[in-house]
Design a protein around this ligand. Structure first.
Ligand SMILES: Cc1ncc(COP(=O)(O)O)c(C=O)c1O
Length: 419
């Protein structure tokens, strides 16, 4: 057997909160003007009460509302797949499993939190949500979720992607969303997640009927993604494994990594590995400090690894990994040594993605391909040592709308990267 599914009734009914597992509580976010700790009231112009509570809670489990489960059931539980053909091609004794999050309506893990966020905003009477998106994965997820709850969705899309990758814009518009290139006031700027967050937050602050929704970084976003790891734990048991030796995921703002890895944090023998681009090496080369979540300095300051909020990463194809900062939860676990991090240049990433596609048939999103690179390297290391290592990774999105990236790689046009 190479594929393990769970029945619809087995979608986790509670999210796993990693906060109580941290050695020390997270330092609080600071107000951008006063630099004092923000209270729930400071966040109210941007987020509904339920999400502010989830952001701050120390409760170990949070119930998933029935209305959210009903929509998640459109594609969850997602399959766990053993990449046996990749194992054979590498000649490794490692057993490689991936959690396939690519079957959601938007084609990635992002709808797991988009649905929850749209639900809580709709329940508290909001009419519109604004958000940022890189290559469009998060924007499509939120546009889908808003359509489910009758909310308007305004997406600010990083200009480089808006111009190079129109198809996700078309999906967002198909689901009723509106899309603008960011930064809105600088037409020659390629944009970054930081500029797009500034545009989206500015609009939400200025309108009473509008809230802001973030696709990663914040505690509640990572909380909603833990359905991935909770399902994977159960499916690994079905596959006859006890625990993985290592859990691997790409890391932009940290949501898919947190989603698959957090339920394994209490298992001290399980290694957790974040994979990032060498051109945006937040965890491997950034400093741990308070910094703004956006470029313009509208958001609270978060305690995290950062390259500086004015850092504009090169326009690599993995748009979702072009973020200067990282989740405070992930950052704390990296600083603590519980999560490791590695960075790769995109040429090495696409080499692995093509190898994976040729044996497993899956064309990975450029973000997911970062995990594939690290998985192949872990499996080759296991071949050297002869270790029967169990590797679990998050296949967090398909690359069907990123084919220009594959085209560039296959035809020698992938730009060189720093490092
Ligand atoms: C498929 C995919 N994977 C990973 C990411 C990185 O974000 P995060 O670290 O929050 O999972 C993105 C972001 O857009 C994405 O679209």
């Amino acid at each position: 057997m190479t594929r393990w599914t769970l029945p619809p009734g087995k979608i986790p009914s509670a999210w796993f909160n990693v906060a109580p597992c941290l050695p020390a509580p997270l330092a609080p976010p600071l107000h951008p003007a006063t630099r004092e700790p923000v209270g729930p009231g400071d966040l109210a112009p941007l987020f509904p009460t339920a999400l502010i509570e989830q952001e701050l809670t120390a409760a170990p489990w949070i119930d998933v509302p029935g209305e959210v489960l009903d929509i998640l059931r459109l594609w969850r539980p997602t399959p766990l797949v053993r990449a046996i053909r990749l194992e054979r091609a590498l000649g490794t004794p490692a057993r490689i499993y991936f959690k396939d999050e690519s079957g959601s309506p938007a084609g990635s893990h992002k709808p797991n939190t988009a649905v929850a966020q749209a639900f809580y905003n709709a329940r508290e009477g909001l009419r519109r949500l604004t958000t940022e998106t890189g290559a469009g994965q998060w924007g499509t997820a939120l546009a889908f979720a808003c359509a489910q709850f009758g909310l308007e969705c305004q997406v600010y899309m990083v200009r480089a992607s808006f111009e190079q990758k129109p198809y996700r814009r078309v999906i967002m518009e198909t689901w009723g969303g509106s899309v603008l290139p960011s930064p809105v006031d600088q037409p020659d700027h390629p944009g970054s997640l930081g500029t797009a967050i500034s545009d989206a937050v500015r609009e939400a602050i200025g309108r009473r009927d509008t809230h802001y929704s973030l696709g990663s970084v914040l505690n509640h976003v990572l909380l909603h993604q833990t359905v991935i790891g909770l399902e994977a734990r159960e499916q690994l048991t079905l596959a006859g494994e006890r625990l993985p030796d290592v859990v691997i995921a790409p890391c932009g703002g940290g949501s898919n990594l947190g989603g698959i890895a957090f339920p394994f944090v209490p298992e001290t023998g399980v290694r957790l590995l974040a994979v990032e681009p060498l051109s945006c090496p937040t965890l491997t080369q950034g400093r741990f400090d308070y910094d703004f979540g956006d470029s313009a300095g509208f958001t609270p300051l978060l305690p995290m690894y950062t390259l500086g909020h004015d850092f504009v990463p090169p326009s690599i194809h993995a748009g979702g990994l072009r973020y200067h900062g990282d989740s405070p939860l992930i950052s704390a676990l990296v600083r603590d040594g519980r999560i490791e991090a590695v960075a790769y240049p995109q040429g090495k990433v696409f080499e692995a993605a093509v190898q994976f596609a040729r044996v497993e048939g899956k064309v990975a999103a450029p973000e997911a391909a970062h995990a594939v690179r690290a998985v192949i390297d872990e499996a080759l290391a296991a071949k050297e040592t002869g270790e029967e290592k169990v590797i679990l990774f998050n296949y967090c999105g398909h690359g069907f709308l990123d084919l220009s990236a594959y085209d560039d790689y296959l035809h020698g046009r992938l730009p060189d990267e720093q490092g």
